[in-house]
Design a protein around this ligand. Sequence first.
Ligand code: AMP
Ligand code: MG
Length: 487
Amino acid sequence: MSDIALSPVTFDDHFAREFQEMAIPWQADEAPDPRLLVLNEDLAAELGFDPGFLRSPRGLRLLVGNAVPAQSTPVAQAYAGHQFGWYAPRLGDGRALLLGEIAHADGQLRDIHLKGSGRTPFARNGDGQAVVGPMLREYILSESMHALHIPTTRSLAVVATGRQVQREILLPGAVLTRVASSHLRVGSFQYARSTGDIGLLRRLADHAITRHHRSAAGEDGRYLALLQAVLSAQATLVAHWMLVGFVHGVMNTDNMTISGETIDYGPCAFMEGFDPVAVYSSIDETGRYAYRNQPLVAEWNLARLAETLLPLFHEDQEQAVALAVEALEGFRPKYSAAWSVGMNAKLGFRDGLDDGVTSPLVDELVALLQESRPDYTSFFRHLGKAARGQAEPARRMILDLEAFDAWLARWRALMPDADAMDRVNPIYIPRNHLVEEVLAAATGGNTGPLERLMEAVASPYEERPGLERYAAPAPESFGPYRTFCGT
Ligand code: AMP
Ligand code: MG
């Protein structure tokens, strides 16, 4: 059903029109009884939506894809991907649809996308559905990441569909309305390349340049410049994850964007106790996507992207490979530089300090953290207190006090900027036990705890009275944490 008066916001269908080889027009399942669980009013306003309209019955129909705005052609996007190292030639949106693109207040286009909107031709054995818990999880995690200034897809709303979905037990179904700079993935390029149509591959690369990496456009080797731009964006992104203790959990190439935004929040989590081999995904048995492996996996995924682009780099394959290898060699220095800048900020180092002084301090602190495994988030927040002369809260978290006191003395001699530290070291992150509590309540119909958690994580750096429990690590009784993907 098309409804021109549906919304004042103008949709477009660029991708659906220009990439028909990779887009299957499709309809969302009818939601029998749509009920709004959460609406992101700030994001709605940035996109030009009246939140009052989105809350109305017609707005809800738009949010679940049952009322299709004028000029929108909902499509399931095709993509391929390496999943846990194994190539799957045809993945695609099995339970998702791209509704279309709209202009954000910043002048750039945003994809409006539905997750949990029913089976598509890419559904394979899946039921096409999503349930309330995991969709709210994506809402909470993605909006927290945004508040932490980490590039990410956003969440506009989660609407319960009124349908019961069979998982281990029957659970309430839901649709997440997701907003992204685009849904171009490494896997989108793998799919385009696998068709053998180099014209399609080139158009997709040009589209990615226009949409995300305009600086590459003017260059002679524009496609190599595109690869370099994606390498930079991903190096920065993964450095952000590492600095905040985020474990994505399922870094398959279909879950890695060309824009450099974090996408597809499945079995992800923020680590509590510092643990380089932290894994939260129940299906990641070998720890492929463990915390410390994330930069290496990103590099591996980007090598897959480089392979797909080879024909665009040079007509001579050997020369194309040489160019790709040279570009890929830039990833590690880019990542290390981004991580060091971030770590220096976490430690409150002022500009202009000698790297020969700061870098050993960083390395020694990481070694102390590995040994003591303190709560990662609180430790850095407490270190801000240590910069103000109150070292006890941080000292209580470290085992080797002799080494830590010596470290503190050298660090404090550099006059760390405590206020600057508080602006980069969050106090409120979506801790796993809090997220689980919120999801259980919301699945049972109570969204009060969700609203309170969102209030805390929306301003992660600003300590507020009454929010102490949102800053505290999980109680012992919570036990080891595992999450499940694709549910
Ligand atoms: P994800 O793990 O969410 O990144 O999904 C990997 C692939 O599985 C994508 O092609 C999804 O569209 C598909 N998929 C995940 N869950 C379902 C489902 N319940 N029904 C259909 N397809 C699904
Ligand atoms: Mg995915």
